[in-house]
Design a protein around this ligand. Sequence first.
Ligand code: AMP
Ligand code: ZN
Length: 459
Amino acid sequence: MLKLFNTLSRQVEEFTPIHPPKVGFYACGPTVYDRAHVGNHRANIFDDVLHRALLHEGFEVKFVMNITDVGHLTSDADEGEDKLEKGAKREKISVWDVAEKYTELFKADLKVLNVIEPDQWLKATDNISEQIALIKKLETKSFTYKTTDGIYYDTSKFPNYGKLARLNLEGQKEGARVEANKEKRNPTDFALWKFSPKGEKRQMEWESPWGIGFPGWHIECSAMSMKALGETFDIHTGGVDHIPVHHTNEIAQSEGATGKQFVKYWVHNEFLLVDNGKMSKSLGNAYTLDDISAKGFSPLAFRYYCLGAHYRSKLNFTWEGMQASQTALDDLLGRVAAMEGDAKIGCAEYEQKFFEAIDNDLNTPQALAVVWGLLKSDYPDPAKKASLLKMDEVLGLGLAGARVEEIDVPVDVQVLLDERQEARLAKDWKKSDELRKQIEASGFSVKDTSTGQEVGKIK
Ligand code: AMP
Ligand code: ZN
């Protein structure tokens, strides 16, 4: 039975879907104005492990992800430039082309990270009328007010506003800085619809009952998740940064409009840090998968890196850590590739331990420890392999595709290998070791296995 930490209750709870075996699962996806960085991908890998764990439990999951292609302002609040418009200026192409370009790159990233594609993608700009309809509903229920720059949500009208983040609203009022927007009634109020600035034609703008403009960032997730999964659904994920504002506002919008509970389980991933600090463009450490590949590492090694930490712990990204993950993954893939024969029955004891770890709030570091324990055990290879492939349905490290790497061995190295083989047969260990050193000096590694010498290329 899968247990998950629910941000709403601050407890690990048994996961019981509203309409079993169906599970509705919504993940806050990317804002497509630039390449996703490895921090974003930590969130995607976490979503994927959760998705795979649910599938493994036999649930029929509908996994939905949004694409934010309008309305997300640079300040994450209601001020600043639209991130998409900013991207368009930077690249001197239209906003629509920026959105398309980075959506495609994002999807390509997910593929190489072995993330199962969502059952449905929802684009904010494809769902403008749904967002307007939801704002109208909130207006009818008197949750909204108008200012010179848009339609706002009055958070004082929603009982329990801030329950997800346990916000101290009184404290916020007392400590409020001078608001940039003096017309806001409460510091936590947020825009549902923003008017296009006077005298300026935005590339993305729509007619609405309140005037030409564009939706606020939060309304898209309420409107699209309820459209795809119903007014109350099972799981909503995102990074911890979304708890105090974005998800808090989604709850206020959805529950304000329907009067029903919006989401049963809120599950959040902690941040990926770089050199123990924040990842940011200005520091040049917002690495992308291209940066990872340029250093000779595989995207799946990054996935392995993420699995090595619990999703609710901060994880520090370093290039040394990346190297260690690549080495471990290569070792794992190499061992699986070398396993011959198939078995229907795996190693039940290890499988049980593995899935206990996964069921325990997705404890992937513990699950990986079970994998290495199994590799070291005395079980025969076919049984080990059967279990590892089952475990990989959740880990997603591509073990089923592991192949012994065909490498071109130059003639001079092959001669050394043949000599070493002879030395080993003659039990001349000293000579065998000398030859190994010569082979390694030529850039190749050699491992002795039950089936003979295994050659690899030193990276
Ligand atoms: P954004 O494109 O900024 O809306 O972010 C997409 C997703 O990535 C959200 O769920 C964020 O919470 C998450 N995210 C952003 N930065 C990080 C980070 N450094 N570590 C983990 N998750 C992150
Ligand atoms: Zn969202």
